[in-house]
Design a binder for this molecule. Structure first.
Ligand SMILES: Cc1ncc(COP(=O)(O)O)c(C=O)c1O
Ligand SMILES: [Zn+2]
Length: 364
């Protein structure tokens, strides 16, 4: 299989150890040739890999790597809102979906050591799957990352490097290490195999409900869940499994909302913002590497972008807890963004929200 460069179109074998194309462009994987078809779900496989017929993955490395990720319940929050409980995963966040496919790929091509930068959850997930696969890893996290996430990274035997400054700066520091030392970049944003895992969020929703809800709210930082979900929905549409695209609502933090600002200003390219401190640390990304791809998707599917009001995050967390759902701050932001969306666009039924990360991971 080959990666295709999103900038110059050049093909590079997926066995490459390079994080991007020679021209500096990011890689993507070609569209899978197998249309979605419920009959091809491997119902004997009790993990997200039951959908592997529609995922661009090679070989059987996933069998040794999987920890049964995926298969998360969808529960009712109220008559209008459904919650997909993606924190019910081995490392307590949706990132396990992508980490499982990424690390399976790394194992298949013989990677022994890697580096990665993360706001926390992706680092925790990659560290866990690397531990399971005997791959050494070093995770760069920005200062201010929840101590619980750092403890988890270290518990898995990975080295956690705390970088002073913003999340974007942390990524720059890690990427210079990749450039200077040639370290394998096990990054959830750069490496297209990560999105093959997050695509399963949608396949699974379809299998569970027998339909796709009309309004799907997705938190948007770097866009790993967002891009995976859109790709999977495009597959469902192309295979005529669904007859229209649902309304997607992308959620950004009030203190750090480059896509919200770009759409509001009707700008062609991502606008520059100065990230403010936000409780929604998981989506505090000022300069997402795949901004161009995401903006194209926003345009193509008439996606709406909403800001989660910072001063409502803790109340939303309490409202979820009152229903027995203990979510981390970034995840609670999804519920207050839903409320804000209803204020702006009117009552919204048939809404699906992702409970991305567990409450135990943020401060109390
Ligand atoms: C809890 C939580 N929700 C949402 C996100 C957003 O994911 P992404 O940055 O890939 O858009 C993250 C990312 O770390 C996260 O940790
Ligand atoms: Zn290129």
């Amino acid at each position: 299989m080959n990666f295709v460069c999103t900038k110059c179109g050049k093909k590079t074998p997926t066995t490459t150890l390079s994080p991007n194309c020679e021209c500096g462009g990011l890689f993507e994987l070609p569209e899978t040739s197998v249309p979605f078809n419920s009959d091809l779900i491997d119902t004997h496989e009790w993990s997200q890999f039951r959908y592997r017929a529609f995922m661009n993955i090679e070989g059987d490395a996933w069998k040794e790597v999987t920890m049964g990720e995926g298969r998360t319940p969808i529960i009712k929050f109220n008559d209008d809102v459904l919650l997909k409980m993606d924190y019910m995963m081995p490392t307590l966040s949706f990132k396990d979906r992508g980490a499982a496919t990424l690390v399976a790929h790394m194992k298949a091509i013989g990677v022994k050591k890697c580096v990665q930068d993360s706001s926390g959850n992706a680092g925790v997930a990659v560290a866990a799957y690397c531990a399971r696969s005997g791959i050494e890893c070093e995770i760069y996290v920005p200062e201010g990352t929840s101590p619980k996430k750092i403890s988890m990274i270290e518990a898995f035997g990975a080295k956690a490097v705390v970088v002073p400054g913003s999340r974007d700066h942390c990524a720059d520091v890690c990427r210079s290490k990749v450039k200077e030392e040639g370290a394998y970049y096990a990054n959830h944003v750069f490496n297209p195999f990560f999105y093959e895992g997050t695509k399963t969020y949608i396949y699974e929703t379809y299998e569970q409900l027998g339909r796709i809800p009309e309004n799907i709210f997705i938190e948007l930082g770097n866009g790993t869940l967002f891009i995976g979900a859109i790709k999977a929905l495009e597959q469902l549409l192309e295979s005529k499994t669904i007859n229209h695209f649902p309304q997607i609502i992308a959620i950004q933090a009030e203190g750090c909302s480059p896509f919200y600002q770009t759409v509001k200003q009707e700008a062609e390219e991502l606008v520059d913002i100065i990230p403010q401190l936000t409780m929604a640390e998981g989506i505090a990304i000022g300069k997402p590497a795949r901004a161009k791809e995401i903006l194209e998707m926003i345009k193509k599917h008439r996606i709406r972008v909403v800001e989660a009001p910072e001063d409502k995050i803790l109340d939303a967390r309490k409202a979820l807890a009152k229903k027995g759902v203990y979510a981390e701050h970034t995840t609670a932001a999804a519920l207050c963004a839903y409320d804000k969306y209803c204020e702006d666009y009117g009552e919204t039924k048939e809404a699906l929200l992702c409970m991305c990360g567990a409450g135990i991971k943020s401060d109390h």
